[in-house]
Write a protein that binds this ligand. Structure first.
Ligand code: C2E
Ligand code: MG
Ligand code: MG
Length: 673
């Protein structure tokens, strides 16, 4: 009997176990024989692989180990001892048990490898690529489908993070573990990159990879290439939404885009316009020169329209010789007229088509959102009607345009008339300046004058700046106009300086557009050019300028005041700046807006506002001037409230330089008693 409490016997059991479990075939035979001889200490024992033969019993004892193997003790009793027999019995029994266990393990092992083999064969037979990864996105398995699709062998892919297949832009916003694990599988269309670098469309469905307890331990991804389907879809999409001849959006897409943009405009309270364009004289060209020439002409027209528009504007071909343009989020309806003009101008030059020089014009109808309609359909319909209006009045060779709304037609026409007139006015010197005295409230002395522009229009007479300054600002002409005013005011100051008039400040209005980093240099140049002291000049700016970017505004202001030119804040009270906010700006004078003076003394609110502005301005050490003072009640109230200066019809309307000269020469004082 082996005594397992004895270390030697325990080692024997372990050695035997290890031999049976780890070796097989001839190696096992040799090891078992070695162990037997070691245990018995003689050569009469052996491990034999053979079937049982009865006659051997005479000379030996056999003990079953497995159906094909026995332990054999050679010789008759006497050659082996009783102890030998016991050892043989026990060893045979132990070895047989070990053989049995091993056989059972082998069966199980074979079953599972077999199953695995089957599975990987199935996976490899699937055309789709099947990839498994852990929860951090590291690839665990990669089938043949994946090898074929991506071009990476399993050995290259397994162990890498799945992100290496993503197209760069997809990586942002990706998270592992994916939230889908909680919700179950899902399908999507994604873009992935092949080993060759090619990016393709794939349909991807994901499902969780779970362990035996049902816990998600990873993700199984099934991918298939859908590039062809995508391309087909794109093609169908293109056919449905684009005009094949010109590559422009067609009517369907146009309406979709417009409706979408209008929704946005609605939220921003913005306006928009639709232009319906119908080519003039296209039909005769098409009929006489043939469709091929007609088509080529349309392509060129489309190209010119596209070039004339901004990127955000939508241009479409509605059919035959009809086009449409959508201008969304435009600040002024006026803009649509400018665009219409631009489109017409783009047709001015003749077209060269297959050796033919062709001229073509257009009629453009304009509808405005929201007043003419709420959606693309309504707006298109109105613009179409307006187009017929335009057809009737062919103003120029390239055509004309008309608004659906009659009133709009008139105001726009008026504005455009003024706009073209303004350009001419600059050229032909049609502007002149009037000067309105600013009067010291205590002694009636003229302490300054505001230069106010007037336009001597050749047919309409004198036009007020109220009518043309805003148009000049929209069209950018204001820069030239304000530059002219500054020059003219300085030239006038020089005349007064030469007349030995005591310097007083000539106030020049500066539009917000002109208030830029270039202004200080322009002011100093004007002073230098006319050789006048900076004591002659003051700039009037409006509150809205302070709102933009305070820091850069302060820099510009500092540069101006450093020249010795003072700043006055015009139309004060109409903007939103609080008085304390004003402290930050180097402003000399606040000009209370005329609208608050008008109601004095009857309107309590106006009185209160004017008084408040005056007293707070005093605390902040600003001077205060009231503009638009027309009567003595207003004057008395303002004087009482502590106002420093007065400007208004009570003392003088804006007058010519000559008229003002007369007063100045006499050292004239207005009656302030
Ligand atoms: P503003 O700078 O506030 O000029 C004061 C306006 O009030 C002037 O109108 C002036 O004639 C008018 N006014 C003065 N006293 C009285 C009065 O007692 N009663 C009434 N009812 N009105 C009075 P004007 O000359 O028509 O100028 C209007 C606006 O046009 C100016 O307002 C100014 O913003 C702008 N403007 C005038 N000249 C220029 C210029 O040269 N450049 C720029 N950018 N804007 C100018
Ligand atoms: Mg002013
Ligand atoms: Mg004003």
């Amino acid at each position: 009997m082996i005594d397992f409490s004895a270390p030697d016997d325990f080692i024997l059991g372990a050695t035997l176990g290890e031999a049976v479990l780890s070796l097989q075939g001839a190696e096992l035979d040799v090891e078992l024989n070695r162990i037997l001889r070691d245990v018995f200490g003689h050569e009469n024992v052996a491990y034999v692989r053979r079937s049982f033969k009865a006659n051997d019993e005479d000379v030996s004892v056999s003990r079953y180990v497995s159906p094909e193997a026995y332990y054999v003790l050679s010789g008759k009793k006497g050659v082996y001892t009783e102890d030998d027999l016991n050892k043989l019995n026990f060893l045979a029994e132990l070895t047989a048990k070990l053989f049995n266990s091993k056989a059972r393990l082998d069966t199980r092992f074979n079953d599972s490898t077999h199953a695995q083999l089957l599975q990987s064969q199935i996976l490899d037979q699937i055309h789709e690529s099947v990839i498994t990864m852990d929860l951090a996105g590291f690839i665990i398995s990669w089938n043949q489908g994946a090898e074929q699709l991506f071009g990476y062998a399993a050995a290259e892919a397994v162990g890498q993070n799945i992100l290496f297949l993503y197209e760069n832009e997809d990586i942002d916003g990706l998270c592992f573990p994916d939230p889908f694990l909680e919700r179950g599988g899902r399908e999507m269309e994604v873009r992935r990159r092949k080993k060759s670098g090619e990016v393709f469309w794939a349909s991807l469905s994901l499902s969780p990879l779970c362990d035996a307890s049902g816990e998600a331990i990873g993700v199984i991804g099934y991918l298939s290439d859908i590039t062809e389907r995508k391309q087909a879809e794109e093609k169908i999409n293109y056919l449905a939404y684009y005009d094949l001849l010109t590559d422009l959006p067609n009517r369907t897409l146009f309406k979709k885009l417009v409706d979408k943009a209008l929704l946005q405009s609605q939220r921003n309270n913005a306006i928009g316009s639709l232009l319906f364009i119908d080519l003039n004289r296209f039909k005769p060209i098409n009929d006489t020169l043939g469709h091929q020439i007609g088509d080529l002409l349309l392509i060129q027209v489309a190209e010119r329209f596209r070039l004339a528009l901004r990127e955000n504007d939508v241009v479409a071909r509605l059919g035959s010789d009809e086009f449409a343009v959508a201008l969304i989020d435009v600040n002024q309806d006026f803009h649509a007229a400018l665009v219409a003009q631009k489109l017409l101008s783009s047709l001015d030059n003749p077209f060269q088509v297959n050796g033919n020089e062709l001229r073509i014009g257009a009629s453009i109808g304009i509808s405005v959102y929201p007043q003419d309609g709420a959606d693309a359909d309504q707006l298109l319909q109105k613009a179409d009607i307006a187009m017929f209006k335009a057809k009737r009045n062919v103003e120029r060779a390239s055509g004309s345009y008309a608004f659906y709304n009659q009133e709009m037609n008139q105001t726009i026409a008026g504005r455009l008339y003024l706009e073209s007139g303004l350009r001419r006015a600059l050229q032909y010197d049609e502007f002149f300046l009037l000067y309105q005295p600013k009067v010291d409230i205590h002694n009636g002395a003229v302490i300054g004058a505001e230069a106010l522009i007037r336009w001597a229009h050749p047919t309409k007479g004198i036009i007020s700046p109220v009518e043309f300054i805003s148009i000049a600002e929209e069209t950018g002409l204001i820069l030239q106009i304000d530059a002219w005013v500054l020059e003219t005011a300085c030239a006038q100051a020089r005349i007064w300086q030469d007349m030995d008039v005591k310097p007083f400040r000539i106030a020049v209005n500066v539009s917000a557009k002109e208030f830029s980093f270039a202004l200080p240099a322009r002011v100093s140049q004007a002073l230098a050019h006319h050789q006048i002291s900076s004591r002659w000049l003051e700039l009037e700016i409006t509150e809205s300028m302070l709102m933009h970017s305070a820091e850069s505004v302060i820099t510009i202001m500092d540069e101006i005041t450093a020249l010795g030119v003072t700043l006055a804040l015009d139309d004060f009270g109409t903007g939103y700046s609080s008085l304390s906010y004003l402290k930050r700006f180097p402003i000399n004078t606040l000009k209370i807006d005329r609208s608050f003076i008008q109601g004095i003394p009857q309107d309590q609110d106006d009185c209160a506002i004017a008084s408040a502005i005056i007293s707070m301005a005093k605390q902040l050490k600003h001077k205060v001037i009231a503009e638009g003072v027309e009567n003595s009640e207003q004057f008395n109230f303002l004087k009482q409230a502590g106002c420093d200066e007065i400007q208004g019809y009570l003392f003088s309307r804006p007058v010519s330089a000559d008229k003002l000269s007369e007063l100045l020469i006499k050292n004239f004082r207005f009656n302030v008693l």
